[in-house]
Design a binder for this molecule. Structure first.
Ligand SMILES: [Zn+2]
Length: 233
């Protein structure tokens, strides 16, 4: 079997082996045993690396799926060379690893993830936070948790005010008229932040890369999306 994809996690196993958690186009998330990978001169060791688009040859054994060969399709070398890019991409890989079930094909999430790796690699470091947030909100939407960002979840009116409330529990917005009591599941957000969230959810990377959202806004958005993720776990 041939699998295209990238490594989400690498764990030591036994005395000399490694277990790869691999996100593949063909099978979704899959665990692959690499026998002898930790021995010096191990041939397959080179394939057990992060930030590379790989083609792996695997065979099904009695208990495990074994790596027998493969090649690099693309090394995301600009990620490897930047501490910030490594840090943020590693976070995205950990989200993919944490949320994806094993052996479930996820074509939309796979395409989104690969595109995100390519953009983080090719664009400047300053765009990394924007790309990360765009990934997170699209990932949530593709995983069945698309936040409601256009209408109030209670009165269903379009949101045109200067500020609204984002409700983490209900997964979307509530207008100020419907927001009755102070609630720790909700935070107040400005129309500017709402506009950025809508852009991140609905627009593609080529549109987004031209945008210069302020660092302060992106930090606020990162915080909202991470809290929203926690609610979905
Ligand atoms: Zn309302």
């Amino acid at each position: 079997m041939v699998l295209k994809g990238f490594v989400l996690s690498i764990e030591n196993f036994g005395e000399n082996d490694l277990n790869l958690i691999f996100f593949s186009e063909e099978e979704g998330k899959i665990k692959i045993l690499v026998k002898g990978a930790r021995k010096p001169q191990a041939k397959l060791r080179g394939l057990c690396q992060f930030f590379i688009f790989l083609e792996l040859k695997v065979v099904k054994g009695k208990r495990n799926i074994h790596l027998i060969g493969g090649r690099e399709l693309k090394v995301f070398k600009n990620i490897v060379e930047s501490f910030k890019k490594i840090k943020e991409t590693s976070f995205l890989l950990s989200i993919l690893n944490g949320f994806s079930p094993f052996l479930k094909k996820e074509p939309k999430i796979f395409a989104l993830s690969l595109k995100t790796l390519e953009k983080i690699n090719s664009l400047s470091e300053e765009k990394t936070d924007l790309l990360k947030s765009a990934f997170l909100i699209k990932f949530l939407a593709f995983s069945g948790f698309k936040p409601e960002l256009k209408k109030c979840l209670i009165c269903h009116k379009l949101l045109l005010e200067n500020f609204v409330f984002f409700d983490f529990k209900q997964g979307g917005l509530i207008c100020s008229a419907c927001q009755k009591t102070k609630n720790s599941d909700q935070i107040k957000i400005s129309s500017e932040i709402l506009g950025i969230l809508q852009n991140l959810l609905y627009k593609d990377f080529d549109f987004l890369k031209e945008k210069n959202f302020s660092e302060k806004s992106l930090i606020e958005i990162d915080d909202i999306l991470k809290k929203f993720l926690v609610w979905r776990q």
